[in-house]
Each structure stands twice: as C-alpha cells, then as structure tokens.
Design a binder for this molecule. Structure first.
Ligand code: C5P
Ligand code: MG
Length: 169
C-alpha cells in the first residue's frame, strides 16, 4: 500500500527545568548572565537550549534529548549544550525539513533577563541558522509561587514549526 505523502508542516514543543545553585554560572541560550546563582546539571544545564532541542526532536518524533545524549555518559559531563542543539538541527535537515520559526519562554524569578534578550535571541538564531526575527525569546517570573517562584529552579518552554523542503515524499 502507498505511504501517505510526508506532511508539509510539523510542530514540536519542548520543556526543561534545572535547579539553581549558588556559585554556578547561569547560561541561557549559550549566553552567560551575571547572577549569584546558576543552573546545575550533567551538562552546562542550559535549560533554553535543552527545551529547543526537545522541541526539534519532538517535531520529527525522534525521541528526546536524553535518548540522544544520556546523562550517564561521561562525554556529556559539563558539555556545551550548543552541541545538542546542532545535532537536532542536523537531523531535521537529514529528514528533509527546514525550520520555519521558534518561540520560547524562560521562567525565572531573578535576575531580570530583558537586557539580555537580544544577545540570547541572536545566539539561538546563530546556532539554528535562522534570522533573528524568526526566534521568539520571552521571559516570565513565576510570581514567587512554587519552586521557580521561590528561586530554586528555572524552566524553559519552546515551540517550533518545521516546513518540508520538497513537497510530497
Ligand atoms: O512575570 P512577569 O509578568 O512579572 O514579568 C514581567 C516582565 O519582566 C516580562 O514581560 C519580562 O519582560 C520581564 N522579565 C525579565 N526577567 C525575568 C522575568 C521577567 O526580564 N527573569
Ligand atoms: Mg536540561
């Protein structure tokens, strides 16, 4: 029986969270933000890069970041998460899709991130090979409620849209 044609568009979403710890660097979208606390994790704990990576993998039903980069693997200890995102971008190209746009939200009580919006957006766009006006970067506090609101953790969410490079198959 004939396979149905590959869809023209695919949507993906990703979410991640990491704990905040005093004395750690705060790296968001590859940009180091001045802060007295940063994120902990096996890699550099870049919660935004991880959420965007999962959104890309999810759009193509290719599992999640931990499947591709297990946190038990010594080679990923302290890893620059840009590598994870690049890997997901390569997979998308291999599957015959291009990235149309990305939207994202970082939820962090403090510090304020708005002065770093352009730097974060430009850096995410660079890694994705997109113009900056196709990368949304938003920030929210958690209104002092829950682990994020109490300053114990940071979350990121991302949505992506992929567009097929060639119509049909
Ligand atoms: O969470 P809330 O609605 O109070 O956030 C108000 C604004 O503060 C956001 O629209 C965002 O621009 C900014 N913000 C920020 N850094 C954060 C959280 C929010 O710059 N960590
Ligand atoms: Mg993570």
């Amino acid at each position: 029986m004939d396979q149905p044609a590959a869809p023209q568009f695919r949507i993906g979403q990703g979410w991640d969270t990491h704990r905040l710890e005093a004395g750690r660097p705060l790296i968001l979208g590859g940009i180091t933000i001045p802060s007295n606390a940063g994120l902990t994790g096996h890699s550099d704990a870049d919660v935004l890069f991880h959420a965007v990576t999962d959104a890309l993998l999810g759009a193509l039903a290719l599992g999640d970041i931990g499947m591709h980069f297990p946190d038990s693997a010594p080679e990923w200890k302290g890893a620059d998460s840009e590598n994870f995102l690049r890997h997901a971008v390569d997979l998308i190209t291999k599957e015959g899709y291009a990235l149309a746009n990305v939207d994202s939200t970082i939820i962090l009580e403090q510090p304020k991130l708005k002065d770093f919006r352009a730097a974060i957006r430009d850096n995410v766009a660079r890694v994705l090979g997109l113009p900056a006006n196709r990368v949304g970067v938003k920030f929210k506090t958690a209104e002092k409620v829950g682990p994020v609101g109490e300053g114990r953790s940071c979350e990121a969410q991302a949505a992506v849209l992929l567009s097929r490079l060639k119509p049909g198959g």
